[in-house]
Design a protein around this ligand. Structure first.
Ligand SMILES: [Zn+2]
Length: 112
């Protein structure tokens, strides 16, 4: 199993617990430790159920303290906005396809 794959426990809950047919749902992979940017699923943001390529917003501070802990704002290459915090970590993309706009820009800029 690759670290980007959804965990077997997640698949078990979705398929056995909730009755989702295999292939009928998308599940993220696990938490990305020490995330500083790149392809990921950020909580509650993004468009079209896709993973995006995220970069830290340029701030003069390391982050902002919110009720979720230290919160670091990110912007995707396709201009979606999101944040990573202690309680809302970045997740491996798992089943989610890559955003085509982010992919095109990342390719042009030589990012992988
Ligand atoms: Zn995107």
């Amino acid at each position: 199993m690759k670290e980007t794959d959804p965990s077997p426990e997640v698949r078990y809950v979705l398929e056995q617990g909730l009755g989702c047919a295999p292939g009928s749902y998308k599940a993220s992979g696990g938490v990305i430790e020490n995330f500083t940017g790149g392809w990921a699923i950020l909580c509650f943001v993004g468009r079209n159920e896709r993973s995006h390529y995220w970069r830290k917003m340029k701030l003069s501070v390391a982050g902002i303290i919110t009720r979720n802990g230290l919160t670091v704002p990110y912007e995707s290459l396709c201009h979606a906005e999101g944040a990573v915090s202690d309680r809302t970590p970045a997740l491996h993309r798992g089943d989610f396809p890559r955003c085509k706009t982010c992919q095109r820009i990342a390719h042009r800029w030589g990012m992988k």
